[in-house]
Write a protein that binds this ligand. Structure first.
Ligand code: ADP
Ligand code: ASP
Ligand code: MG
Length: 421
């Protein structure tokens, strides 16, 4: 045996029978090279979206526990079908749910966090020579309910299993050839990155580059898992996510990331008193809403009221509004205004730490495109601007061009959109 690999196939890569069979052949090839193989599969194509749609037909506010019962089925279908294909190829496979695979999570339904991976069953199956298929994106909570890990969560399943079984590499097979300098579906000359540091990948993922789920990158960094993000359509080498010391080059800017799924909430007329913000954000935290950017406009005159604005993922908007109502009443807030159609554009680069002037250039580029910046946040290696969702593609292209991140006029290896879909 040469080692253990974890291979994760995303939704597009298992979308139909032909693609599932292709994934099965790839899994078998890894096994025939002498590896122990654990494969994590996503739900086929748009299955998860369709399941969300089914829930919406039933209820405006579906019970999160039942949502997880529903959503977890998509990946189970993929695994069972793939096991059938692998068995037909003359190998022995066993499919497992997240729970059977020993993935234990907390109880926050629809965005649970992995607490522990009890991989004994997987290890026994590997010892018996089986190929193990694990349904991604799910686990079992400490209260013994089925949970899901948030959209894109199969990446995290794969990384957590790679850590638990001591895999040499966690291969994330997806519908693009790796991690690019911007979403290749928006920027036609985006450049494939050979390596990207955990630090930069964390910022990219938290800024909306959904090629890897944020938690998978956190988990990989914390547990020292080597990620290789690559195409499921060919054998080309993709992108390795590695420790900062392993990255060869430190360009000023590495990538532009974006999101079109933000919503802004503003509380108008918040009393200017200590503890008001603490109450507001505690209520949001208790409702499990991920608050991103926050701006508080302090009144200039004593006794005047403040305005507090912040962004949340659009999917959390309703929960946030509900959580805020009692607090707003208690504080005597005048109104809670919501703008659902917001987006965010971010530039990321470890090199910007030591270079002043990057923010000024970002603002200049957006101004030239007549794009209004509503909120700004920075980290040592990132600058993010909240803008209208509809202006995001223009902003991404303009920044990618202005910072010369393109593939030097080399056209991307293949027309990515066509190759994938
Ligand atoms: P999967 O179903 O395989 O998990 P996802 O749709 O979750 O795939 O993630 C892959 C998609 O991420 C790509 O199709 C691409 O449109 C998008 N993406 C966004 N930003 C980037 C980036 N910087 N590099 C590569 N892909 C990106
Ligand atoms: N099927 C889930 C989703 O669409 C999880 C995943 O694909 O990673 O978000
Ligand atoms: Mg994904």
């Amino acid at each position: 045996m040469s080692g253990t690999v974890v291979m994760k196939f995303g939704g597009t890569s298992v979308a139909d029978a032909e693609r599932l069979k292709r994934a099965a052949r790839r899994i078998v090839a890894a096994r025939e090279e002498g590896n122990n193989v654990v494969a994590v599969l996503s739900a086929r194509g748009k299955t998860t979206d369709e399941l969300v749609g089914l829930a919406a037909e039933m209820s405006d506010n579906p019970d999160p526990r039942e949502m997880d019962m529903l959503l977890s089925t998509g990946e189970r279908i993929s695994c069972a079908l793939c096991a059938m294909a692998i068995n037909d190829l003359g190998h022995r496979a066993i499919s497992l749910t997240g729970s059977q695979a020993g993935i234990v999570t907390d109880t926050s339904h629809t965005k649970a966090r992995i607490l522990d991976v009890r991989a004994e069953r997987i290890k026994t199956a590997l010892d018996e020579g089986l190929i193990v298929l694990v349904a991604g994106f799910q686990g079992v909570s400490t209260a013994q309910d089925v949970t899901t890990l948030g959209r894109g969560g199969s990446d995290t399943t794969a990384v957590a299993l790679a850590a638990a079984v001591g895999a040499d590499v966690c291969e994330i097979y997806t519908d693009v050839p790796g991690v690019f300098s911007a979403d290749p579906r928006i920027v036609s000359d985006a450049r494939k990155l050979d390596v990207v540091s955990f630090e930069e990948m964390l910022e990219m993922a938290s800024s909306g580059a959904k090629v890897l789920q944020l938690r998978s990158v956190e988990y990989a960094r914390n547990h020292g898992v080597r990620i290789h993000c690559r195409s499921s359509f060919d054998d080309s080498t993709g992108t390795f996510v590695v420790g900062e010391q392993e990255t060869m080059e430190h360009p000023l800017i590495t990538a532009v990331a974006h999101s079109t799924d933000e919503a802004r909430l503003s509380l108008v007329g918040v009393p200017d008193e200590p503890g008001a913000a603490a109450k507001i954000f505690s209520a949001l935290a208790d409702a499990n809403c991920n608050v991103d950017m926050i701006i508080q406009n302090e009144p200039l005159e004593e006794g005047r009221k403040a305005e507090v604005s912040f962004t949340v993922p659009r999917g959390d908007l309703r929960a946030a509004q509900e959580a805020l109502q009692p607090i707003a009443a208690e504080l005597g807030v005048e109104s809670i205004d919501a703008v659902p159609e917001m987006g965010k554009v971010s530039i990321i680069g470890a090199g910007m730490k030591s270079h002043p002037g990057v923010a000024a250039k970002v603002f200049q580029v957006l101004a030239e495109e007549r794009i209004n910046i509503e909120m700004i946040s920075t980290s040592p290696i990132k600058i993010s601007c909240v803008i209208a969702a509809g202006q995001v593609p223009t902003a991404v292209r303009a920044l990618h061009g202005a910072f010369e991140l393109g593939a030097d006029g080399i056209v991307a290896e293949a027309p990515i959109g066509e190759q994938a879909r």
